[in-house]
Ligand binder design. Structure first.
Ligand code: UDP
Length: 472
């Protein structure tokens, strides 16, 4: 086990937000920053999770911690470690909180012993770092065992659970039962949506704080039309010479360049002028790529000239997603059974993961290239791809599941469809393709929706309020 260690962070400036916020929002952010500086002076706010790289929580922390520091609040980020037995249990807890069995071994008393022992070892190191007035924000099941040891020393502790389901089943309740004895000691417990709040928690100590996206990373930074085309060509998603400038701004401000190509899995490049329906997701059955392909082939392709793009990470690169290769193989086999004319309109792109910022700029260009972005998931915690596409002013058709429902106001900032209703999904897509004016209006509303509720500024303000609530 490596010792608890601090993550080195890039620098950021709050000033950036000025270009994407309304005047009122910008002033609100400045006021929150000022309150934060004053209220938390002399204290450190420690974020603690179990990985510095990969996954949504690491991505959120990498974005929000530098902004908090830029605001003048001493926020830091620590990573704990565990042995394989500990992570096997926490992975199971993660799956069970989603309502899935994971490795199916359930949760036993010996598991609790392992969980406690690792937590105590990490806590012993943590209490050496955390000062008496400091505040601690723990993330996800791997850290719940740290609540009690920290509270026992009088440290104020918030625990945030980033996973959840709208309707709990017995597996979810078993995970709650395992974690509740730890979690009830926290000063506050944070969930990403109201429906995820556990039964049995003191509601007065529960807060709901949705995730956010970072408008300035390679995933979401603005791209000129010429750059979009250059990136799509350089990555082989579009045909044509790569004489454009496929460059982008890396996180540290240095210029990046797209040099790798996507694996097209037997598909031709997407014609530059063809209307495109695009879904970007891990190759996961719950993202329902089968449903998207079927609805497209049976009901969208026959009545439009649109092409379909299903894009996801290179499956060899995502080691913790063993289902990926099988799902991609199934989708590829399905596409091969289509008529040659139809097969030529379906594009299955695996995006290289060697350089995550290069991967992100490919996602960015593809989302901006789309005429309609779809996210036909059968389940979704939040659905970052939805917010990402909305921020790019794309009209989105998505399933009414999980946090997607908090993002899209149906009929205004996108269209929500029943995940089981393929015809309804296809109708929503063809309707938008046939009515560019409405699609543009919806895309505009989508961007404003994200500006209002899902950028980092709102997230930072909620964190200031949260910690004010426990220091006052
Ligand atoms: N993503 C990516 N590269 C890919 C495919 C997906 O960076 O090739 C990103 C996507 O842009 C989003 C994240 O992976 O930021 C997926 O988050 P989401 O909440 O949509 O779903 P999850 O994968 O967490 O279930």
């Amino acid at each position: 086990m490596t010792p608890v260690h601090e993550v080195e962070l890039g620098t950021a400036t709050l000033e950036r937000f000025r270009s994407v916020l309304t005047d009122e929002q910008w002033q609100r952010l400045l006021r929150a920053a000022e309150r934060g500086r004053k209220d938390f002076e002399g204290r450190v706010i420690w974020n603690v999770n179990s990985t510095a790289r990969g996954g949504g929580v690491a991505e959120l922390l990498a974005s929000l911690v530098p902004y908090s520091r830029a605001a003048g609040v001493d926020v830091r980020w620590l990573v704990i470690d565990g042995d394989p037995a500990f992570f096997q249990i926490t992975k199971r807890l993660h799956n069970m909180l989603h309502g899935a069995p994971g490795d199916g071994q359930g949760l036993s008393e010996p598991d609790r012993t392992v969980y406690r022992a690792t937590s105590e070892r990490n806590a012993a190191e943590l209490v050496e770092l955390v000062g008496p007035d400091d505040l601690v924000l723990l993330h996800d099941p791997q850290t719940a065992g740290l609540i009690e040891p920290l509270r026992a020393r009088g440290t104020r502790v918030v625990w945030r659970c980033h996973v959840g389901v709208d309707v709990p089943n017995d597996l979810v309740r078993a995970a709650w039962a395992f974690l509740l004895p730890h979690v009830t000691a926290a000063d506050r417990v944070v969930f990403s949506r109201a429906a995820f709040v556990w039964e049995g928690l003191d509601r007065s100590r529960v807060e709901v704080i949705p995730p956010s996206i970072d408008a300035f990373t390679p995933k979401n930074q603005p791209l000129a039309p010429g750059a979009i085309e250059a990136i799509l060509r350089a990555s082989r998603m579009h045909a044509g010479p790569t004489d454009g400038v496929a460059t982008f701004a890396r996180l540290d401000g240095t210029p990046g360049r797209v040099v790798r190509g996507v694996e097209r899995n037997g598909s031709p490049p997407l014609p530059a002028t063809a209307p495109a329906v695009v879904q970007v997701s891990r190759w996961d059955g719950l993202k329902d790529p089968r449903g998207v392909l079927r609805a497209y082939a049976e009901s969208v392709a026959p009545v439009t000239d649109a092409h379909l793009v299903l894009a996801g990470p290179d499956t060899a690169a995502v080691a913790d997603d063993p289902e990926g290769p099988a799902v991609l193989a199934e989708i590829t086999a399905y596409a091969e059974r289509l008529s040659p004319e139809l097969r030529a309109r379906v594009h299955l792109f695996s995006l290289p993961m060697d350089d995550l910022q290069e991967n992100a700029i490919m996602v960015n260009a593809l989302q901006r290239r789309a005429d309609v972005v779809v996210q036909k998931s059968l389940a979704e915690g939040f659905g970052l791809t939805v917010a990402e596409a909305m921020w790019k002013a794309r009209p989105v058709v998505a399933s009414a599941v999980g946090g997607v429902q908090d993002q899209i106001v149906d009929g205004e900032s996108g269209l929500l469809v029943d995940p089981e209703d393929l015809d309804g999904f296809a109708r929503a897509v063809t309707g938008l393709l046939a009515d560019p004016g409405r699609a543009e209006w919806m895309g505009h509303n989508a961007r404003e929706r994200v500006r209002g509720a899902f950028l980092g500024a709102r997230h930072l303000e909620q964190y200031v309020e949260l910690f004010e609530g426990i220091v006052s």
